[in-house]
Design a protein around this ligand. Structure first.
Ligand code: ACO
Ligand code: ZN
Length: 483
């Protein structure tokens, strides 16, 4: 990509890949912009003929990487990349990175997940609201949780108690996922995609062929919204649309409710579409690299339907056989449809499938920052709604006490969530208490207020289990041989 380092006028200052300096981040909605330390990843000559620099804001998610010109840089803060031979600072890091890139990582088979111990002990109780004077609150919820809930499930892997804000900040700043070094070095290759009625700014690199995305990183590519074929020019897409007769994803429509459908696709059988879907989703997902290896996965594609066809909203993929008990490999809502409740709708659907399989499941780790936020929010909302339902049912039965007994294991069976995810969620919600020698799940005023607030939200779509026409697919050993 473009020239290696561009000499800047008077001082002969060379800004080349590896140089670090303060760069103004994009102006936010409130009109504020501030400087943050960034590293130059690549350079090019922009359309105006002026040099442009692709910068990564250090400690921030790669989603924020962008092309900037020199006007946004504070040149008095330039830290030049140390030259070869100098093993200190960034040169040493670069050397280490280069060494890591050339080292081959042995491929190991995934170990089968150890089964979680089944619940045998006294179930924790759910009560509401908090009766603070009655409750002897342990100094650390974590340590007290481990002795009393231990009969239900292992809690030794609960995370150190970071506050929710700290955790989100850590994820937001620390990059979304485990990033492969070679991927970190990748400069975004496409600026925008045009798809149906939408023009969408991309977030990350995706390995579309260079012939269609060029080498400058500022191109727009054009996608057929129904078959996801891609073109470097609008005229190419127009010609394709005259011939393309597809109006919905291939595969079986296994769910329809109102204007929404879910389609089940087999990566082996509907290979072309699944590969196109992976290429598209990589633009917004930062940790998946095996785009062409779609055979081991099933894809569940969500569409919104109108007279023109079934328009892609999002999808999740799922391993045909997951040794780790994952029920979702990758999940995506296209950016133009985000924050409208579709993420939770997709997650809800994934658990509906899992329950139909008679299993429990968890999303593949690590989660992205947005993935974690969505799952946390989904799990806690579902659990609180379930507790409230149970208590309302009890009240209907004439019981005066707003409490009921349930084990984590029972909760797991009712929801399809793993015991571990339930415990993590309850802990993050600060809803676990130790009372009179046993553990209780306590809903405080805040939980109840959130529950009421969520009920009023207009973007809540619910999966209707009756609309799911599906039996879990079974694969023979021969069919799974590619795994
Ligand atoms: N900022 C703050 N909170 C957010 C944001 C955000 N940008 N996005 C989602 N959330 C939280 C909110 O709590 C929200 O609930 P609320 O609206 O009640 O407050 C909740 O997540 C879910 O919101 P939805 O509208 O249901 O989810 P959305 O349709 O936006 O999809 C998703 C969420 C799929 C994670 C989307 O952000 C996405 O596609 N991101 C890019 C790809 C990605 O990171 N996928 C997850 C990778 S991990 C894995 O694949 C297993
Ligand atoms: Zn098409």
């Amino acid at each position: 990509m473009a020239a290696e380092g561009i000499v800047l006028d008077t001082d002969g200052l060379v800004l080349k890949p590896g140089t670090k300096l303060q760069v103004a981040q994009r102006v936010t909605a409130d009109g504020q912009s501030h400087f943050h330390r960034a590293e130059i990843m690549s350079t090019r000559v922009g359309k105006s003929g002026r040099p442009e620099y692709y910068v990564h804001f250090i400690d921030y998610n790669k989603r924020l990487d962008e092309w900037v010109d020199v006007d946004r840089m504070d040149l008095s803060t330039v830290e030049l990349k140390a030259e070869a031979g100098d093993k200190s600072g960034s040169a040493a890091a670069a050397a280490a990175a280069a060494a890591a890139l050339t080292k081959k990582t042995p491929v190991t088979k995934k170990r089968r997940r150890e089964r979680e111990p089944r619940s045998r002990g006294r179930p924790p109780k759910v009560t509401t609201p908090v009766e603070s004077d009655e409750i002897s609150r342990p100094s650390s919820v974590l340590s007290s949780a481990s002795d009393a809930v231990s009969t239900t499930t292992s809690v030794s892997s609960l995370p150190a108690a970071l506050s929710k804000t700290q955790e989100i900040e850590k994820l937001r700043r620390g990059g979304s996922m485990t990033q492969r070094l070679e991927e970190v070095a990748r400069v975004k290759n496409i600026d925008c995609i045009e798809m149906g009625a939408h023009v969408i700014r991309t977030w990350y690199f995706s390995p579309y062929p260079q012939e269609i995305c060029g080498t400058t990183g500022d191109s727009t590519i054009f996608l057929c919204e129904f078959c996801l074929s891609y073109f470097g020019a609008r005229s190419g897409l127009r010609r394709h649309r005259q011939k393309c007769t597809v109006h919905h994803p291939p595969g079986a429509e296994i769910y329809r409710s109102g204007a929404h459908s879910f389609w089940e696709l087999d990566g082996h059988r509907q290979k072309a579409y699944c590969r196109n879907l992976c290429l598209l989703s990589k633009l917004f997902l930062d940790h998946k690299t095996l785009f062409y290896d779609v055979d081991p996965f099933l894809f569940y594609v969500l569409t919104e339907n109108d007279t023109k066809g079934c328009h892609l909203i999002g999808y999740f993929s799922k391993e045909k056989e997951s040794a780790d008990g994952y029920n979702v490999a990758c999940i995506l809502t296209l950016p133009q449809h985000q924050r409208k409740g579709y993420g939770k709708y997709l997650i809800d659907f994934s658990y509906e499938l899992t329950k139909r399989e008679g299993k429990v499941g968890s999303p593949e780790k690590p989660l992205s920052d947005l993935g974690l936020l969505s799952y946390r929010s989904y799990w806690s909302e579902k659990l609180v709604a379930l507790f409230m339902e149970q208590m309302q049912a009890n009240e209907g039965n004439g019981e005066t006490e707003r409490r009921f007994a349930v084990s984590i294991d029972q909760l797991s069976k009712m929801t399809g969530f793993t015991c571990e995810d339930i415990l993590h969620t309850l802990q993050a919600m600060d809803a676990l208490r130790y009372k009179r020698g046993q553990h209780v799940i306590v809903l405080g005023e805040k939980h109840l207020a959130d529950f009421e607030k969520n009920k009023r939200k207009t973007n809540r779509l619910k999966i209707d289990p009756k609309a799911l026409q599906w039996t879990p697919p079974v694969f023979t050993t021969a069919q799974l041989r590619f795994l």
